[in-house]
Ligand binder design. Sequence first.
Ligand code: G1P
Ligand code: ZN
Length: 543
Amino acid sequence: MSINTVSTTPFSDQKPGTSGLRKAVTVFQQPNYLENFVQSIFNSLEDCQGKTIVLGGDGRYYNRQAIQIILKMAAANGIGKVLVGKGGILSTPAASAVIRQYQAFGGIVLSASHNPGGKDGDFGIKYNITNGGPAPEKITEAIFSCSKTITNYKIFETNDIDLDKLSILRIGEMAVEVIDPVEPYAKLMETLFDFAKIRQLLQGNFKMCVDSMHAVTGTYAKEIFENRLGAQPGTVMNGVPLEDFGGGHPDPNLVYAHDLVDILFGDNAPDFGAASDGDGDRNMILGNNFFVTPSDSLAVLTANATLVPGYKSGLTGVARSMPTSAAADRVAAKLGINCYETPTGWKFFGNLLDADKATLCGEESFGTGSNHIREKDGLWAVLFWLNILAVTGKSVEEILTDHWQTYGRNFYSRHDYEEVAKEPAMELMDRLRGISKELPGQKFGSYTVDYADDFSYTDPIDGSVSNKQGIRIGFTDGSRIVFRLSGTGTKGATLRVYLESYESDVSKHKVETQTALKPLIEMAEEIAKIYQYTQRKEPTVIT
Ligand code: G1P
Ligand code: ZN
């Protein structure tokens, strides 16, 4: 066993995006590609010598190989100890929980989240800091900058270690502890939610269905819902994690979680359905023939938080990403707490959570979470909903209908144009940026533009500024259209168009969402000339 210093040359495309470095598996399989990025992480970290880090991933193709490489590089770079999930598995929320519980220095999480997996799919890697959350831009920039000048990396020459037995091993001076990936997370959930009440609910007439989409939460959901909460065996569907997610696209939305959607919108539908994504941080909530938008879900959790043991003393504040609807803002106003509007990406919530300015956070992209960890958390959201249903005895639809009656309804939808050509998509955005100054005051049908800007955020804690976070066009009646390009896609560009309108009149709350938003959908085309720039008449995904 010896440390090898291997010469290498930089790759120019290792800039982390919205959530770490995400590329096709074949890109990561190029000689030195993963190694360069991992060495850049170690080079950019100060004082990591002798420290403990956490390592695990969502089990997708290349997870196991990458774990072995990273372990050997960690040993060669002087890391003291690595806590690695058995089988190389840790869901993103579990990794965050383990970093916090063990007070580790940081963690390396291997995942491309909801992107498809397998040989032809995607892979990803991101670094999380001591608070358990994604590294802020200052750190991802430093990693990128190291990646541009790297000349060599260090790796221990040794055999692969056995990841499938709970044990403590050594690579050189470094300890490797193979830990149970589920136990620390399940224990944390038991401290937040009323498991006894939820068990009562699940053992009565209440029927539910959880779709793990053949991804990492299969293992977690079976243990929590079936073993600990006594749900019927088989409650967790697609519960065996597979390296290629069974060929599916593990994104919990109405398009990709179709197995679950068919059941919840079919005959004799269960009372409750939920799905989660590749690495377990996203969630979709459904009732019997009913879809809860993630923006509404955040608002409902905020309004009902005190019914749940972990949040019974109230919330300090709530935070949502800019494109997320303003439904939570209305609840916050009523509760007399602050609602923060941040750029897209969970990393922007970290400072607010650390400073205790926000307790709950959410994104329209099926992400909800709280200060219990520093990542969004799919199964946590499911448990939160079950706890509310158990306490109130209401159905999902009743909860939403009552909520809209109290606060009004924010109709909301996101239209994605996936894999469009990059250059014209960027031109579309540049053009919008250019015309945004002239838009205020302009009329489109019965709508008048109130404001138009490119969202910029100043972090209230550390003062850091993030510019160019998406074009917002607000109308005088409170409606809004937002345009941004995805920072997680790996092929071409993905244009996201976010549409929102507010309706206080209860008699109009049952209108179908796309119908309610039709005037805004048409205006989005008129203002942004989507067809001209993307050659697409329709979005590829509507959520
Ligand atoms: C997408 C979502 C964003 C989320 C991120 C990681 O990023 O829109 O809300 O935080 O995935 O799950 P985007 O592709 O839009 O940059
Ligand atoms: Zn994810």
